[in-house]
Ligand binder design. Structure first.
Ligand SMILES: *Cc1c(COP(=O)(O)O)cnc(C)c1O
Length: 347
């Protein structure tokens, strides 16, 4: 991969913002370099100082858990931040393009639209697999990024590993593989592939299995050259001190993650069998994530009736290939029971 040729040309000469924390990195007694309030704050005193712009303590621990060097890690304000930064770094507005494979996560399209970047859509097959041949045929010299999502949202399935690898190997631009649901999956992460595939970016997040959606903390794993570019164009202090602190706490309790995931997967199995007993349910699709895509008769009507009963699911019935489908997050045993009771009542 020649990253310099993929980057928007003006970035090759960009002078990034140099923060106080960039210009002095050592230990000192008196810090009068960042215009912080030396007297206190109207809230906790823990947040008077600007945070570590590169989150080195967090990255060291994440690196240990994911078995990868810190220099392969970028942290963003949700995974949505690296999605946007990658598009901005590589795609010249109204000239370059991205490829997406709908039905999939909506932010790739929204970010591309915000940045005035053309989108080529290569829909998944009827059983939600990648149309690998068609993806490869759609590549031209203006396509800079291909976004893949596995396990995919909203379909819930993992893509075939050989299909993902085929795209990664054949494409000279970046392949961004969104693994937001990887902790629930029976499939391994593609992070180990980063050693052999320089053009791969793997996205993960603290929003799903880690249970920290409100923190807004996403991870991008990639070749250090790509990470350097993201660091150059990100807002200087994109991860707040409070987020870094709470994420460090969460990582200390990493041992709780696996059992929480097991509980969610057990509930998913129960929810699936309860759903399949309902006459209104036509199909529950295989899921490697913490949600189920469910085909029901009159999905939109049922969705509205569920809302009236104060149970909210996601209506995907207008999404191509997901006609008459609801996307249902796996809840607690009580929440799932309440959902089933409402579904029985309304259908
Ligand atoms: C939920 C989700 C995310 C998470 O985004 P954050 O900004 O990290 O909360 C990313 N990708 C997919 C496919 C998702 O479903």
């Amino acid at each position: 991969m020649e990253l310099n040729k993929l980057l928007r040309p003006h970035l090759l000469n960009l002078t990034p913002y140099s923060s106080a924390r960039d210009e002095f990195k050592g230990e000192a007694d008196v810090y009068l370099d960042a215009n912080e309030n030396a007297f206190g704050s109207t809230s906790s005193d823990n947040y008077r100082r600007y945070p570590d712009p590169y989150q080195s303590e967090l990255k060291a621990i994440i690196g240990k858990i994911k078995n990868i060097d810190s220099e392969y890690i970028f942290l963003g304000n949700g995974s949505d931040e690296p999605i946007d930064l990658l598009i901005r770094a590589l795609c010249t507005p109204s000239r370059d393009k991205i490829i997406i494979t709908p039905p999939t996560y909506g932010m790739y399209e929204v970010s591309a639209n915000i940045n005035d970047v053309e989108i080529i859509k290569i829909p998944l097959t009827a059983d939600f697999e990648l149309e690998t041949d068609k993806i490869l045929e759609a590549i031209d010299s203006d396509v800079k990024i291909i976004f893949l999502c596995s396990p995919n949202n909203p379909t819930g399935n993992s893509m075939e590993k050989k299909d993902i690898l085929r795209v990664v190997k054949a494409f000279s631009g970046l392949v961004v593989l969104d693994e937001a649901y990887i902790d629930f999956s029976s499939q391994p992460s593609f992070i180990p592939e980063l050693q052999s595939d320089e053009n791969l970016v793997v996205l993960q997040t603290f929003s799903k299995a880690w249970g920290l959606a409100a923190l807004r903390l996403g991870m991008a794993f990639a070749n250090p050259e790509i990470i350097k570019v993201l660091n150059m164009i990100k807002p200087p202090y994109n991860i707040s001190g409070a987020t870094q602190e709470l994420a460090l706490d969460a990582l200390k309790n990493e041992d709780k993650l696996a059992s929480m995931v097991q509980d969610i997967l057990a509930q998913k199995k129960r929810l699936k069998s309860m759903l399949l007993e309902l006459p209104s349910v036509i199909e529950v699709y295989p899921s490697d994530a913490n949600f189920l895509l469910v085909k029901v008769a009159k999905a939109h009507e049922i969705y509205l009736k569920l809302i009236a009963g104060k149970v909210i699911v996601r209506d995907r019935s207008k999404v191509a290939l997901c006609e008459d489908c609801l996307r249902i997050t796996v809840g607690t045993a009580e929440e799932n029971k309440a959902l089933i009771a409402e579904l029985k009542r309304v259908s």
